[in-house]
Design a protein around this ligand. Structure first.
Ligand code: ADP
Ligand code: MG
Length: 630
């Protein structure tokens, strides 16, 4: 079987013709005797439809890339069978060969189609709010910062943030989640999702080329470059071993002739060995399993950048989770507001909203929603710079301003011990300080809540035997312990107050004991995602850098699906082992039979192709293991 990164599998039509031709010959052999002409016609059809496309591919492969393809072995074996009077066996060989090829082809097509279907969902035009009113423009012409109007029932043309209106959005195209999601000002809306009922105004945050769908397509195409070790093994094996089989069969033929066998008998034996030894099953078993698994994961909203990540996930012994935005919802809320030393609460909120308007952090969404709710307009702030795990800084009309946690306060040499904040600091919520230069102007508290699915997902991972599960966050210890407690983490499993480099260090510590997966969403998680054996990023809701660094994207925010993806990865690894074991075992038995026990050619054909079909079907079982909510 040829590898799957280029399209040369016989298509369904060729396969159907081959099978039809074979059927005629089989009816004659085992049922009603047909006129000789009809039988030969059927066999001829099977050879042409089954052999010519495969032979053509093999020849292209041989002269184009200098590689001996297994297709060539099959065509030669079928020809050899025909020349020693076993035309029917040759036809069976070709028919089964093209059936397994078609099955393999379909499995790989599915994952790609799942994503391509999304492209079709993207509307071509958008309603832009212009100086002269609302105008309809091509989506490609929309730029970041444009305001678009979304009518009820319309699909969202590009990624954006709502500025006006309340409504429900159906995000099933992106996340696989059937339940509509309530959205209001400050919330992100994603390309290709459907606005169900509100009249919404959104501001474009990503142009077409960087939007969600474009990102997903890039993920899936990148994936093809990242092959699993077992995939590489089976390809390598296929390429080397094919030459060996061809040379070996010729040697058998020559030796038998030398021993005084008739030409006919020697050719028959050599053809039997050729069929018996062909590594079709070994070569196809791995991609059949991996592609099926990748496709069923993609349908459940879990995108793997290739088989390597899938195989690695099966071996993971420890999971590390980021807190904010990963274990908690993106819907944080401002719960307290304090203005210090002469500033008013509205001034504090207006300035804070002005800085946060430029941030992707979940805190920013909470602050912006709060400002909208209080009717406070954000101050214009420029030169904004993010300090991962600390805060954010910028410049307004008066001068430098900043917002962030205690680290940020220290970085700006402000008075962190300000007595006015004692009330806010006592609790288990995130405190965001606002400052101008070295002066502290006020603070807000932001509360986030665990995702409903997080406890379930973590429990499922523990039940599956994952040895260590920890939380790593840049937030305060008090907040981390509150969320951790709600999710069943022990105190020793919660690491708080971390900088991005600390997360990397902790991942390294875990890696000393075995494979580590890191699950995160933020800019501050990128380094840890890249360092972990398997980086898993929150898809639609996560930051672009996190997606880049990760090998897996969770398009759905359902942590239950992470546990299912982990289970799928383990099942895939098991099926690959079964397949390789079975395929190599069957091959050894058939070769021994062909060399030393006068195995008849029909049995070699049935053993070989039957084995190939079995491993393909065993791999395709993974297609029926969809990732759903548990
Ligand atoms: P986590 O690791 O849990 O995802 P982060 O590292 O993203 O959390 O954030 C850690 C802390 O850094 C936050 O709790 C907050 O105090 C501060 N911080 C980060 N980004 C911002 C921001 N845009 N505005 C204010 N504070 C921020
Ligand atoms: Mg985070």
């Amino acid at each position: 079987m040829s590898d799957h990164d280029h399209d040369h599998n016989p298509d369904v039509l060729w396969t159907a013709l081959t099978v039809a031709g074979l059927a005629v010959a089989l009816v004659d052999r085992f049922g009603v005797a047909l006129p000789q002409g009809v039988v030969w016609g059927g066999l001829g059809l099977a050879y042409l439809a089954g052999g010519v496309p495969a032979g053509w591919v093999a020849v292209k492969e041989l002269f184009g890339r200098g590689r001996l393809d297994i297709d060539l072995l099959m065509v030669i074996a079928a020809g050899a069978a025909a020349s020693v009077g076993a035309a029917l066996e040759g036809a069976v060989l070709l028919a089964l060969f093209s059936i397994s090829g078609t099955l393999e082809h379909r499995a790989m097509g599915r994952a790609r189609r799942a994503v391509e279907a999304l492209m079709a969902l993207r509307p071509d035009t958008a309603l832009r709010v212009g100086p002269g009113g609302i105008e309809e423009v091509a989506v490609g012409a929309v730029v970041v910062g444009d305001r678009l109007v979304l009518r009820p029932g319309a699909r969202v043309p590009v990624d954006g943030r709502l500025v006006e209106g309340l409504g429900e959005v159906d995000e099933s195209t992106i996340t696989g989640e059937a339940e509509p999601v309530k959205k209001g000002p400050g919330d992100l809306v994603h390309e290709a999702t459907v606005n169900l009922n509100g009249v919404l105004t959104m501001e474009v945050v990503r142009a077409l080329a960087d939007s969600t769908v474009a990102r997903m397509i890039r993920l899936v195409t990148e994936a093809q470059g990242m092959k699993a070790p077992s995939e590489r093994f089976s390809e390598w094996f296929g390429a080397r071993y094919t030459v060996l089989v061809l040379v070996g069969s010729v040697a058998v033929f020559l030796v038998l002739l030398g021993l005084g066998w008739t030409l006919q008998a020697a050719l028959y034996r050599a053809a039997t060995v050729l069929v018996a030894a062909s590594p079709c099953a070994v070569v196809i078993s791995v991609p059949a399993a991996i592609l099926s698994a990748l496709s069923s994961a993609a349908r459940g909203g879990v995108l793997f950048k290739g088989g390597a990540a899938l195989e690695m996930l099966a071996e993971v012994r420890a999971f590390a989770f980021d807190k904010t935005g990963t274990l908690t919802t993106g819907q944080a809320e401002v719960t307290g507001l304090k203005a210090l030393d002469g500033a008013t609460e509205d001034e504090v909120l207006a300035l804070l909203a002005g800085i946060e308007a430029q941030s992707e952090h979940h805190i920013a969404g909470a602050v912006l929603r709060h400002a909208v709710a209080r009717g406070v307009a954000p101050v214009v702030v420029g030169e904004v710079q993010a300090w991962p795990s600390e805060g954010i800084s910028g410049v307004d009309a008066v001068g430098p301003v900043w917002a962030g946690n205690a680290r940020m306060v220290a970085r700006m040499s402000a008075d962190g011990a300000h007595h006015g904040l004692a009330g806010l600091r006592g609790g288990t919520q995130t405190v965001v300080h606002l400052g101008r230069g070295t002066r502290l102007m006020g603070a807000v508290t932001v509360a986030d809540a665990p995702r409903a699915s997080a406890a379930r997902g973590i429990a499922a991972l523990r039940a599956a035997g994952v040895e260590e599960i920890v939380m790593m966050t840049g937030d305060r210890r008090e907040v981390a312990l509150r969320i951790g407690g709600a999710l069943g983490f022990k105190t020793a499993e919660v690491f708080a107050g971390l900088l991005p480099a600390d997360k990397v260090q902790l991942v390294d510590d875990l890696a000393a004991k075995g494979r580590v997966a890191f699950v995160g969403d933020g800019v501050n998680d990128a380094a840890a995602l890249a360092r972990a054996d398997v980086g898993i990023a929150m898809g639609a809701a996560g930051s672009e850098v996190a997606l880049q660094a990760a090998e897996v994207a969770l398009l759905s925010e359902d942590m239950g699906r992470l546990a299912l993806a982990h289970r799928l990865a383990r099942r895939t690894a098991r099926i690959i082992k079964q397949n390789l074991f079975f395929a190599i075992g069957a091959m050894v038995v058939l070769v021994i039979g062909g060399l030393f026990f006068e195995l008849p050619l029909p049995l070699a054909v049935i053993g070989h192709e039957g084995g190939t079909l079995l491993v393909v079907l065993n791999g395709l079982r993974l297609l029926r293991d969809p990732i759903r909510v548990i």
